[in-house]
Structures are given as C-alpha cells and as structure tokens.
Design a protein around this ligand. Structure first.
Ligand SMILES: NC(=O)c1ccc[n+]([C@@H]2O[C@H](COP(=O)([O-])OP(=O)(O)OC[C@H]3O[C@@H](n4cnc5c(N)ncnc54)[C@H](OP(=O)(O)O)[C@@H]3O)[C@@H](O)[C@H]2O)c1
Length: 434
C-alpha cells in the first residue's frame, strides 16, 4: 500500500491567458504524475481574470472566481498564489505583495516584475518564510533558474549568455533563411502570433534585458539591477548585414550577456556576431538557449522553447511541485542579506572586436580616409570587404576590427560618419568570442 498523501496544496491563479490557461490544462492532465512527485495533490481552488465568461479550456465551475485578483491573493484558503497577469507594476505587483504579506508562497512567470522588484520581493518572501518562485520568468520551459541556482551551486560563474527572446531569434533566423528585410519579417511574425501587436518590448531588447537581469542576480548573487543593463535591439539589422555575417563565418543573434570584468559586471543586450560553429549560433527560430560558464563545471548549454502556453506551464508546474514537496530555497540562491552589489562595468570600457558596415561613394581615397579615422583612435583593422565597383555610386564597405575599447570604436565611428564620402550612419555590430 502506498503511504497516504498529505493534504492537497491549494492554488489561487491570477491571470488565465496564454500561460494561465496552459497551467490549468497541465495541472488537469498531469494531476497524477504531479501528485506522485510532490507527495500530495495540487488543486486549483480559486482563479481571477478580467473576463469570467471566456473559455479557458478546463472546467472551472467548481473553482472560486475573483473579479479582483488582489482579493484572491488574500484568500485564507489558498496556500500558493500563482501570478500570471504580467507587467512590472500595477495589479501584478499588488497581487504578489498581498500574497507575501499574507505568508503565502508565490509562483510567477513575470520577468518585468522580478527584474524591477525582485530583491525587495525576495526579502518579503524570506521574512514570511515562503517561496518566491520564478522559473517561468526566464526562457520559458528551460529550467535555467534551477540549473544555475541549485544544479550548479558549486561553481563561480565568469560569464553567462543566451538567446532570451524567441521573437527576435525568429525574426533574425527568418531574415537569413528567406532573404527578406526586417519590417516584412516582423509583420509576418505578428500575423503568426510570434510577435505582439506592439512588438517594441521584444525587438528593442527590453524583454531580454529583464531576463538577463534575473539571470545575473541568480548567477552572481547580486541584487537585481535592470537599470544597469545596456540595451540595443534589432531594428537596425539589415539583410545586407546578415549576408556579410554569413560571408565572414558568423551568425547575428540578439544575446543577453553578463560577464565579470576588471571594471565590474557587464550586463548587456545587443545584436552580436557569433561564430557559425558555436552552439549558440545553431539555436534558430523561436528557440531560446542559455550558456553558463562555471569554474568547475566548464560550459553548460541549455536549449529549448522559451515561450508558449505549455513550455511555460511546464516551468510553473516545476515550481509548484517544489513547494508542494516542501523544497523552498532562497529566491536568488542566497539570503537577501548575502546578496552583494557588484559595480556595473560601463559600456564605454567594453573590450571586444567589431563589425562595421559603411555605405560610401566609390571614389579614390575613401579607404585611406576611413583607415586614418581608425588609426587616430588606435583601432586596428582585421579584415575588409569592398563589394562591387560602381564609380561615383554608393557601395558597401565592411570591416572587422581586432579587440579594441568601445569608447575608441565609437569615437572612430563618429569621425567616419562625418566624412563626405560616407553616405549613411555607420552600422556597428559587436563580435563575441565564445
Ligand atoms: N506568453 C508566454 O509565452 C510567456 C512566457 C513566459 C513568461 N510569460 C509571462 O507570463 C505572464 C502572463 O503572460 P501571458 O502571455 O499569459 O499574458 P496574457 O495571455 O495576456 O494573459 C494575461 C491574463 O491576465 C488577466 N488579467 C489582466 N488584467 C487583469 C486584472 N486586472 N485582474 C485579473 N486578471 C487580469 C487576463 O484576463 P482575461 O483573459 O480575462 O483578459 C489574462 O487572463 C507575463 O508576465 C509574461 O511576461 C509569458
């Protein structure tokens, strides 16, 4: 005979959209396997959303409904509040604060909230002796938080990077495969539901920066510092750059990178050129990946679906099973008092190689002027491609540099941009050495 199960864990789920409805379905269909792993059943006792009549794919007739999610968060019958509404502030923040103030465990998929308020909320959870679990907030179904915080807890990390936004990766992959320009591919992604009607959070790098902020706190044991992230999106990536990247042996990826340097911790999100034979270059379409470099383990690569109802529900469920089984760990891996601020390294001090593309008038002396501008800032060129010959007309010139300091690179680009023979603002993409 199996031992009797403990009393069920009772959930209140606030938000029944993509992730909320996916979570309801998972909890329904996987109820037995979850109960076996958690040692008790996990049941949905209450829910809240805006529209009570909308079909959520499971029968909610026996479940308490709240019009006000903040009231749900204080329901004395509930053990865990699952926040799946979204947004850094407003109702989502109120729900989480209310739940913690009532000593309830919280599970959330909300990266914006965690990136902005994670440190303070973690302190509230710690004081209440409850879990604040957020696996679903980074890279959807990939168990990256648990891997970094628990599976790799014997390591110090030097660098952590990843493809953290599936929309951007889909757009960049499709641009390369189809030969189409950014705007056209974005419109198609919106039609297919891979990009939001307002895509700016994704394509301007903000969403990836939220996730990077969270990863950097888990990996480096520091308070969340979203404002310290350097952010550049993918709007300016053109078909031409993607073709040149191929020719040079690179792929263009939007990466989030956290790296310890002599100047402090770099946190940056921007398009990168990565060598075509690296694991990260092979991550295509809507897939996400995270690479962690630990001093004892070496390089660990995690890859999978970074969004969507079921992958994200998978991460929510993992947090719930931990809580049901009594596995409550410090939110960011260490108690709040042990989180150590690390100074942010300014982007101007970043050391790296660069890809530069210029549109120039094809006339004698142009290359010499560009070379002089680089020399004046001690930037050394590694390679140069001049495409086609069209005397008197615009032609692209692409060059790559050896490792240099970002401030010098920017000064050189300003000088190059001022040349009469240079027709457009120079395009610059950082080359990452993985
Ligand atoms: N979508 C993904 O693949 C994914 C992946 C990882 C993490 N996340 C995160 O998961 C969270 C939810 O995302 P989602 O894509 O599931 O969003 P969504 O589809 O827009 O769903 C949001 C839900 O919140 C409800 N809601 C909105 N305002 C509310 C309020 N004032 N009170 C109660 N409920 C309210 C909505 O109600 P109605 O349905 O009645 O309108 C809806 O059910 C976000 O933090 C997001 O960043 C999403």
């Amino acid at each position: 005979m199996n031992p009797p199960l403990k009393p069920p864990l009772k959930l209140g789920i606030a938000g029944l959209g993509t992730v909320g409805a996916g979570t309801l379905q998972l909890l329904d269909r996987q109820a037995d396997v979850i109960a076996a792993r958690a040692g008790r059943r996990i049941i949905v006792a209450a829910v809240s959303a805006r529209d009570r009549r909308r079909d959520r794919g499971v029968d909610l007739s026996a479940v308490r409904w709240y019009d006000d999610a903040a009231v749900l968060a204080a329901d004395p019958e509930i053990d865990v509040v699952v926040e799946l509404i979204g947004g850094a502030d407003g109702i989502a923040l109120t729900v989480v604060e209310t739940a913690l103030a009532h000593n309830k465990h919280v599970v959330t998929a909300n990266k914006a909230l965690m990136a902005r308020h994670g440190t303070r909320l973690a302190e509230m959870a710690e004081a209440a002796g409850v879990a604040l679990a957020f696996e679903a907030s980074v890279a959807g179904g990939i168990p990256v938080i648990k891997t970094l915080r628990e599976g790799l807890s014997g390591n110090r990390f030097s660098r952590l990077y990843g493809i953290l936004n599936g929309t951007c990766n889909y757009i960049l992959t499709t641009m390369r495969e189809s030969g189409r320009e950014f705007g056209e591919v974005l419109a198609e992604a919106q039609k297919l539901g891979y990009a939001e009607a307002d895509p700016s959070f994704d394509i301007d790098g903000v969403d990836a920066a939220h996730k990077l902020t969270i990863l950097a706190s888990v990996a480096f044991g520091r308070p969340v510092d979203f404002d310290g992230v350097y952010i550049e999106g993918i709007r300016h990536i053109s078909r031409l750059d993607i073709d040149f990247a191929e020719e040079l042996g690179y792929r263009i990826k939007l990466l989030g990178i956290a790296r310890l340097t002599e100047d402090g911790l770099e946190q940056r999100v921007h398009p990168c050129m990565v060598k075509r034979d690296t694991p990260i270059a092979a991550v295509e379409g809507v897939f996400n990946a995270v690479v962690a470099e630990g001093d004892f383990v070496g390089r660990v690569v995690l890859q999978g679906r970074g969004a969507g109802a079921f992958p994200t529900a998978s991460a929510v469920a993992a947090d719930l099973v931990d809580i049901a089984a009594g596995r409550v760990v410090a939110t960011f891996g260490v108690p709040g008092a042990a989180l150590q601020p690390i100074a942010g390294a300014p982007m101007e001090r970043h050391h790296g190689a660069y890809y530069i593309r210029l549109m120039v008038v094809d006339q004698p002396g142009v290359i010499a002027e560009i070379a002089a501008a680089l020399r004046d800032q001690s930037v050394s060129m590694e390679s140069m491609i001049q495409r086609g010959r069209a005397p008197g007309e615009a032609v692209p010139i692409v060059l790559t540099t050896h490792v240099t300091v970002e401030a010098s690179m920017r000064r050189a680009l300003e000088a190059i941009g001022r040349l009469d023979t240079v027709l457009e603002a120079p395009r610059m993409i950082r080359i990452e050495d993985f």
